[in-house]
Design a protein around this ligand. Sequence first.
Ligand SMILES: Cc1cc2nc3c(=O)[nH]c(=O)nc-3n(C[C@H](O)[C@H](O)[C@H](O)COP(=O)(O)OP(=O)(O)OC[C@H]3O[C@@H](n4cnc5c(N)ncnc54)[C@H](O)[C@@H]3O)c2cc1C
Length: 486
Amino acid sequence: MPNKEDKICIIGGGPAGLSAAMYLEKKGYSDYVIYEKLNKVGGKCWSPRIKVKHNGVEEERSFETGAIMGAITYHAVSEMEEFGGYYHKGPDFKPGEPNMRREFRKLNGEVDHPFEPKVNFSFKKLLGLVKLKKQMKKLNHLMQTKYVGYDCYGHIGVAKGEYYGISKGVAGYCGAVPENSFPNYVKGVNPNLKDLALPFSEFCRINGVEEVQRIWIAPFTSFGYGFFDEIPAALVMKYLDVTTALEFVNMKLWTWQDGTQQIYEHVNKKLKHPAILETEVVKIERPEGKVKVTVKGKDGKEKTEVFDKLIVTTPLDRFIDYADATEEEKELFSKIIHERYCDYIATFEEGKSPVISGYMVENMVPERLGHAMVYYNRWQHLGADCPATVYALANHTGSPDVDYDVVMKTMDEDMKKVGFPIKEKLYAQEVYYCPHVSAKDYADGWYDRLEALQGNKNTFYAGEIISFGDMEDTCAASKDIVGRFF
Ligand SMILES: Cc1cc2nc3c(=O)[nH]c(=O)nc-3n(C[C@H](O)[C@H](O)[C@H](O)COP(=O)(O)OP(=O)(O)OC[C@H]3O[C@@H](n4cnc5c(N)ncnc54)[C@H](O)[C@@H]3O)c2cc1C
């Protein structure tokens, strides 16, 4: 039974952990602790400030190593903005604001215009675009009819042909009405939803909409979320639901002037109990009715504290290494796959930075694993002197992983080939990214088994695995878990 006096431990001070704390407070809970192992909050939203030179003047600007953008469907993130008092820019960007314009670039360095019929006109291109437009329309229609219920957060019931969760709908968009819009729970039966367990390429094939992958690939694969021959369609369509995908196409996106990390810094400052930094959870024991949490602080000393409940927002496949995991937890969590997403912020040879962000679509296929897929130029008013972030994926089911050093070198070579030779890397990383399960495990009901475990041993699972690896889905998962179980 929920008890507002409960003492709650939250592992992780990323978007999921901080939003869990915010929603707990909104519900009247005040006895909670957030442990964060790093010396900052925000997790994979990390926005270092870097000195840049422009017209002889040196200034500091925020750059992104992790999350960059949001859209109109970022409802839970909006609640975080409201709570912290720090808001996004866009979708219409003013001069001096970071913006989300982008181009497409071929590997020979030429700028490509795959979606503009009049540029490099040919009948083949025109017919291809007509076909694409028809299939986009068809998919939109299918998602609102055949796949009713697809766009709530999370995966409860999908493998059984049911849906249950907070609706992601935006009233007035793509057929959503106030009754089925955020923040309402929606529930129903729809056997067609089982198709969402299929890899996205197969899902498109059975629905005769293969062409739409050309639209979905850039904000999915190049953003590190995996390849369409391996990723269950549910992950693609729940993140890039039709409304969000259209906002991407029309470049109606949000970004944050001082970086996404500031969303979470601001929330953290407003919480009754800000995250305890540089404190790693190293052991969990769950005797009857209680949770014993052992942490290692920055002085290297361990201490153990007793809680009533535990919210885990950190990778569950790693949780089993330091917790007294049950056989079921071990079996389930060891099936989790994660992407190895690599990126770096770099400066370029003088006057040779990209002046706009760009997609390299030819590299978004498994055969080009480890190659640069996208570069992000955040401050376009800085022209060709601006550092940019470059991104690549290092793994794909069925292909050998690419070594981190090889990925870094390959990205350098790619950037040079397209005309942007790297001068210096200011920051580079490989990230544990987008945890999920295989299409087979999805179809076998993995997410329903996880749901059945919620609350066992006073433990609740939140974070990226619940719905999807983006800021919105992680914050919404916290809203859902706090809403239903606390
Ligand atoms: C390159 C990149 C680009 C991205 N772009 C976008 C984007 O444009 N839009 C978007 O919405 N999302 C984007 N994302 C995804 C988004 O950043 C993540 O989905 C989100 O940060 C997940 O939040 P989380 O709290 O679940 O996990 P995390 O952000 O990973 O936070 C988990 C936290 O737990 C801490 N932790 C781990 N283990 C322990 C332990 N044992 N004890 C204590 N603390 C621990 C970690 O240090 C971390 O701070 C991007 C991510 C990356 C890397």
